[in-house]
Design a protein around this ligand. Structure first.
Ligand SMILES: Nc1ncnc2c1ncn2[C@@H]1O[C@H](COP(=O)(O)OP(=O)(O)OP(=O)(O)O)[C@@H](O)[C@H]1O
Ligand SMILES: [Mg+2]
Length: 525
């Protein structure tokens, strides 16, 4: 029942110890020339919920890796319950002491069902079958996965994958839970859901370290926030104190949405020339129709936002446009030609690039090789150097880390590679599926400035984004998908009213009205 489990193998004194649950004492972790953490110290009190924030590559995931035994520190000590050195223990031993982690990039056993994935964790501590089964059902229920228990994990959409990642950690019945960006990629109401889930776990007495770029979660849950930059603690305080700290704002939080200004359209009524269009596009996965009769248009140099809850069909639309999944029905045209039957690689050569949700880099290849490969397979012909200069200007870090293996980069750094890779193919249209996934707030500010620049290169942009207001602030037009159909098409301004946005996300009578009005006003000819 996810009680504050007491390990029978632990020395009795630890259960009486009222000191820190976890102490890090002057911990350093080096990877070759990179010091991911240096001389880092932290005390975590029993039952605390600490938020850990900081720029991409600051060392947050490394911190969690050292705590759960996935990696060993170069120097320093990690102590559990004031007595137990854990920095030389193997990961499974640390897990048995009650430490569990949800990973930044979920990697469940894809061919096993959700329930089987949890049974692996529940049974790993030598728990009896009945007790394991009981624990698993409790975790399924807590994480809202009961009705998906029989599905193979590999077939889950993002929100469920994230839930499963948390559930897998909970299946170890931990007393110290390490969460690495569990809210990444979730839209507003899903963030509320995951907030409630974590709060529920915390109320059961579990101590939690929460690494997160989604500030809503940190603000709602953390009792104390620790800010890391370049492997060192640079600030500490309550969420409110941290949000006001000028250094933290400068280094990490950025100006946020308040700093963003809507682009002033010079001639709002000028008709745009259509670059891509779909006509009653449908996408089917077996018997499931994921996208139904979608009419979708993108003009030359236009930025089009696609919003909607997870599972609404945004990624299916992206994949159908890029040719990764076939159209079940309907047509797709690009630059005046019918491309409905064209395979993905030919669409790439014609200038359609996609930046996938979840990055999908060649992790065993160097950063530079990932970029070169895209230039080679896309529409670019002979001006790779120019393209490379352009993406290095966008993300200077990628030039510094060009020779690193992509898989060795932090989550946010990998997202930068994925964005750069899409641009390296010299596209006419880029589809960004979850543009700001895993990026620090200040970097998101930069990216949104960069979107303007990318558009000025004459590139059209489809922007799928969990942060609706952010995308609406820059888009020329917006679509909202709801259960596979278009529930809104029209001006982004009309959606800035939260009630209208909510209606478009969740359907109902109001939505029909919005869709019709918006469609009439704004649809391109
Ligand atoms: N296995 C590794 N080999 C080489 N370098 C690594 C390895 N793991 C991490 N690094 C480097 O250590 C630094 C810290 O990475 P870490 O993943 O801890 O960052 P993070 O704070 O979690 O960032 P993000 O917010 O982007 O997830 C980065 O510069 C990263 O490239
Ligand atoms: Mg990380």
């Amino acid at each position: 029942m996810m009680a504050v489990g007491v390990d029978p193998q632990m020395p009795a004194s630890t259960t009486l110890d009222k000191g820190a649950t976890l102490s890090l004492r002057s911990v350093t972790k080096r990877f070759g020339g990179v010091a991911a953490l240096s001389e880092f110290s932290l005390e975590v009190k029993p039952g605390e919920l600490i938020g850990v924030i900081g720029p991409n590559g600051a060392g947050k995931s490394t911190l969690l890796s050292l705590i759960n035994g996935a990696q060993r520190p170069t120097s320093g000590e990690l102590v559990l319950d004031g007595t137990h050195r854990i920095d030389r223990l193997r990961a499974y031993r640390v897990a048995r002491l009650g430490v569990a982690r949800a990973h930044q990039i979920p990697r469940p056993f894809a061919r096993m069902t959700v329930r089987e994935n949890l049974l692996v964790g529940a049974q790993s501590a030598g728990r009896r079958a009945a007790a394991s089964a009981h624990l698993v059902e409790d975790v399924l229920d807590l994480c809202g996965l009961s009705d998906r228990a029989q599905r193979p994990a590999g077939a889950l959409p993002l929100l469920d994958l994230k839930r499963l990642e948390v559930a897998r950690a909970l299946s170890l019945d931990p007393r110290l839970l390490l969460l690495d960006e569990v809210a990444a990629g979730l839209v507003a109401h899903e963030i509320d859901e995951i907030t409630e889930l974590i709060s529920g776990v915390h109320k059961r007495g579990v101590t939690i370290l929460l690494v997160e770029h989604v500030q809503a979660l940190v603000q709602a849950l953390a009792e104390r926030v620790v800010v890391i930059d370049f492997g060192k603690q640079i600030a500490e305080g309550t969420p409110a104190e941290i949000a006001e700290d000028p250094d933290v704002i400068r280094i990490y939080l950025g100006a946020g949405e308040e700093g963003a200004t809507r682009r002033v359209r010079v001639e709002p009524d000028t008709p745009v020339k259509e670059l891509l269009g779909t006509d009653r596009l449908c996408v089917d996965y077996g018997k499931l129709r994921a996208l139904r009769d979608v009419d979708f248009k993108v003009g030359e140099s236009e930025v089009v936002a696609v919003l909607g809850a997870n599972g609404a069909g945004k990624t299916s639309l992206a994949r159908a446009l890029a040719g990764i999944v076939p159209a079940g029905d309907g047509k797709i045209s690009f630059a005046g030609a019918d491309i409905t039957g064209l395979p993905a690689y030919k669409r790439a050569r014609q200038g359609i690039a996609i930046c996938h949700e979840g990055r999908r880099l060649f992790t065993g290849m160097k950063v530079r090789e990932n970029l070169d490969l895209a230039a080679y397979s896309g529409a670019s012909s002979g001006h790779q150097d120019e393209l490379l200069a352009r993406v290095y200007q966008l993300f200077p870090l990628l030039e510094q880390r060009a020779a690193s293996l992509a898989g060795e980069l932090s989550g946010g750094q990998q997202q930068m590679v994925a964005i750069a890779r899409a641009l390296m193919s010299d596209p006419r249209l880029v589809i960004f599926d979850e543009l700001s996934l895993g990026l620090a707030p200040a970097v998101i500010d930069q990216i949104y400035v960069a979107i303007e620049e990318i558009r000025s290169w004459g590139i059209s942009i489809v922007l799928i984004e969990q942060n609706a207001y952010r995308a609406l602030g820059i888009a020329d037009r917006a679509y909202v998908l709801e259960r596979g159909t278009v529930s809104y098409v029209g001006s982004p301004e009309a959606l800035e009213d939260p009630a209208a946005l909510r209606a478009a996300y969740f359907g109902g009578a109001v939505v029909g009205k919005i869709a019709r009005e918006g469609g009439k006003q704004e649809e391109m000819g």
